[in-house]
Design a protein around this ligand. Structure first.
Ligand SMILES: [Zn+2]
Ligand SMILES: [Zn+2]
Length: 366
């Protein structure tokens, strides 16, 4: 019997938000040291951890990555952190697989690196690890995520998760204040915000692409009802299935905002405040994962690749550095859905996660 449930139960009780995973990281780092890894803590002054095992023989450098952060929810009126994206599951799977790989002495060549990253939900944890040099010497990196039951039930796994790109655009609009009786002397920021929202709503990409762009927040208040408001804030959420499609959508969005706001004499300060790239999956790595899934679950447990509108900051690794990447999905009868405050899954599926993770590692380093 593996220790995965023990690790999971511990991590599940100490959910922490992005970049605040202090207890989580301390627990994982201590356990990795006990298992025999060379552990580096506080990568790039964050809670991120890199652990390494060198076989002493030449060979590839394989990185396995898990995320550690929980989500913030408001439950019964109280702000709290809760593991509703299953990152405690990912960390306990990777930690257990790492322990067993060393205990069984099965790594015969190359080096194994374990990346426990903070702040996936904030979209900036992977970038912090990359800036800290975590994958500078890595040839190949593999990540995983628990999947909702309707997408991939327990007993199944998908060898490739094609996540979409997501981008957040925030705009501060500057008009000119005036008395409500003399609107011709002002520039109404609320009008400019409305123009920009309408202009963005007219954007089209090819209908075959599963994209969307929509305003998700608009704040405008002069503090009184009889004056022309001069400041407005609008936020847009953009989704696209590939990185080139996101480039096109973003360029059209920024142009539509700028031109429509300027058309009535206002100015727009535009900030692209969050960008998560779409999946960049390497076929060779997908093949390794496919074989690992078949070894553990049989060919009947192998699902097709999954295309999802969700975002995953993992794909910064292959985009920022020249590493081959693969990302797989683990079926665990997860309901009612990821990020739902009452999210739950069948804990016995964690064992499948450990076995598939080990099988992936041994196909590269065994
Ligand atoms: Zn999430
Ligand atoms: Zn997640």
């Amino acid at each position: 019997m593996s220790t995965v449930l023990q690790h999971y139960n511990h991590l599940h009780q100490i959910p922490e938000l992005g970049f605040q995973e202090h207890q989580t990281a301390a627990y994982i780092a201590n356990e990795l040291e006990k298992a025999g890894y060379k552990v580096t803590r506080n990568i790039n002054n964050t809670t991120g951890i890199v652990a390494e095992y060198d076989s002493g023989k030449p060979g590839p450098v394989l990185a396995l990555r898990a995320d550690m952060d929980a989500l913030g929810h408001i439950i019964d009126g109280v702000h709290c952190a809760r593991h509703t994206c299953g990152h405690d599951g990912h960390s306990s799977i990777l930690l257990t697989a790492a322990e067993e790989l060393i205990k069984e002495g099965s790594i015969k060549q190359g080096r194994l690196k374990l990346i426990f990253q903070p702040a996936e939900e904030l979209g900036s944890g992977a970038l912090a690890m990359i800036a800290g040099g975590a994958i500078d010497d890595v040839d190949m990196i593999i990540g995983l995520h628990l999947r909702p039951k309707d997408e991939c039930p327990k007993g199944f796994a998908s060898p490739a998760m094609y996540y979409s790109a997501s981008t957040t655009v925030e705009v501060n609009i500057h008009g000119i204040p005036a008395h409500g009786a003399r609107p011709h002397l002002g520039v109404n920021a609320l009008d400019a915000a409305m123009m920009a929202i309408q202009a963005v709503n007219t954007i089209h990409l090819a209908p075959s692409l599963t994209y969307s762009v929509k305003a998700t927040r608009c704040i405008c208040d002069a503090g009184v009802t009889n004056a022309i408001p001069s400041k407005a804030y609008v936020c847009w959420d953009l989704r696209a299935p590939t990185n080139p499609a996101m480039d096109e959508l973003k360029a059209k969005t920024l142009q539509a905002i700028k031109l429509s706001v300027e058309a009535i004499g206002a100015k727009a300060d535009i900030e692209v405040s969050k960008e998560i790239p779409a999946a960049e999956i390497d076929n060779e790595v997908s093949q390794i994962i496919t074989e690992a899934i078949v070894d553990v679950l049989g060919s009947e447990g192998l699902k097709d690749p999954i295309f999802t509108p969700g975002g995953e900051d993992f794909f910064n690794y292959p985009i920022e550095r020249n590493v081959k990447a693969g990302f797989w999905g683990l079926g665990c009868d997860l309901t009612p859905g990821l990020h739902h405050p009452e999210m739950k899954f069948d804990l016995s599926a964690l064992e499948n996660g450990v076995k598939i993770t080990k099988a992936c590692a041994l196909k590269v380093l065994g």
